[in-house]
Design a protein around this ligand. Structure first.
Ligand code: SF4
Length: 370
């Protein structure tokens, strides 16, 4: 396998379910399996013709178009999911596959989403992952998207009994999991079936709505950890993660931190790359921790920092910083071949401003003058 430079191990060891219930090779993959978690169980998918075809392509060293996210990252010298997957334990799974034996996911990390129910319309998100975006798009006659609810197929809970013994960590994202009843049903099932005490659960949340009953799981799991999305401070956060009330979010995080371990996830993009130090300083002073800043936005392209105009990159690079790692500074140092993509992003923000009665240049005057 070492010689196959386009090989990916993840389809042999792990799977994911998108926020519209479709099984996927990984959370970045653009392939359409046509298999849905409410209709097919995990092991039906994991031994389906669809996934076997993709596995064969990887073993033939094909660079699949549906894996653009990894290729784009790797072409920019960034770490990709594919590269991370190669560090795992996959050889035995490949051997079984070659022998035509059924496979059970063996990755210690299990990833799941519970639909697109979400109260926010973050500027880099869309209707597939946010029901608030779906409603907004419908209101402006830009198509219809259902609210997806991830209800497991009846056999899936039986499959989980076979899969979970190899799992040590479950990562749950969305949509906004804390708004979703399926999330709590899943936690209850893990507790009721004796899995919870050996599991670390990490939930990605926007922390804008935290129900009181979340606090009842305090001692139920080996670890129940919350990774909080945050992309700016105060008005910048309210703009980027539209629908957020900053004061309420901070109050929620303070309460959450008393009971559960927390972390922060910044999605590094055009609107915050010049302000990462402000975010990190705020987090450090108020919560005693910072974001790893490893989540660099790749899609939508128009908010990707590499497309920022040269003068904006230079302006951001000229700011003194304490917390911005060189790998992000190096991305800002890459020459901008053309800034058409950036201007698409600005036009999108102007459309948002018109519809939402906002004005992005109040917070980012430097971008409006380019
Ligand atoms: S190459 Fe990347 S996008 Fe494709 S399946 Fe592997 S991790 Fe996912």
């Amino acid at each position: 396998m070492e010689k196959l430079k386009h090989f990916c191990a993840l389809p042999f060891t792990q799977f994911t379910v998108s926020s519209f219930n479709e099984y996927q090779l990984c959370c970045d993959n653009m392939g359409e399996s046509g298999m849905y978690s409410d209709q097919h169980s995990i092991l039906e998918y994991f031994n389906s013709d669809y996934i076997n075809k993709q596995r064969l392509s990887f073993l033939k060293n094909k660079r699949l178009d549906i894996c653009q996210s990894c290729w784009k990252r790797e072409d920019k010298g960034l770490r990709s999911r594919r590269l991370e997957g190669l560090e795992g334990d996959y050889r035995e799974q490949v051997r079984k596959y070659k022998q035509g034996l059924p496979l059970i996911p063996n990755h210690p990390i299990f990833k799941i989403k519970f639909g697109n129910l979400c109260n926010l319309r973050c500027i880099m998100c869309g209707p597939q992952s946010s029901s608030a975006w779906a409603q907004h798009k419908e209101k402006h006659n830009e198509g219809e998207w259902p609210i997806y609810d991830n209800t497991f197929n009846a056999r899936t809970y039986e499959d989980l009994k076979e899969i979970l013994p190899a799992v040590t960590r479950i990562i749950i994202s969305g949509g906004e999991p804390l708004m979703n009843d399926r999330y709590y049903e899943f936690l209850e099932w893990l507790i009721g079936h004796g899995f919870s005490k050996k599991l670390k659960i990490s939930t990605l949340t926007n922390a804008t709505k935290i129900p009181q009953h979340l606090y009842q799981y305090k001692s139920a799991f080996e670890k129940l950890h919350f990774n909080i999305s945050i992309d700016g401070i105060d008005k910048k956060e309210e703009y980027i993660r539209a629908g957020t009330f900053w004061e309420k979010k901070i109050e929620n995080i303070k309460k959450l931190q008393i009971v559960y371990p927390i972390g922060f996830e910044v999605t590094v993009q055009t609107l915050n790359v010049g302000y990462l130090d402000d975010i990190q300083k705020y987090l450090k002073e108020n919560f005693g921790r910072v974001s790893p800043l490893t989540n660099i936005l790749v899609t939508p392209d128009y908010f990707n920092i590499v497309y920022l105009p040269k003068e904006i990159k230079e302006f951001y690079l000229s700011k003194p910083t304490t917390y911005v790692p060189n790998r992000i500074k190096n991305l800002l140092k890459t020459p901008t071949k053309n800034d058409k993509m950036f201007h698409r992003g600005m036009n999108f923000l102007r459309l948002c401003d018109k519809r939402n009665n906002t004005n992005f240049s109040d917070e980012w005057p430097e971008l409006d003058y380019v």
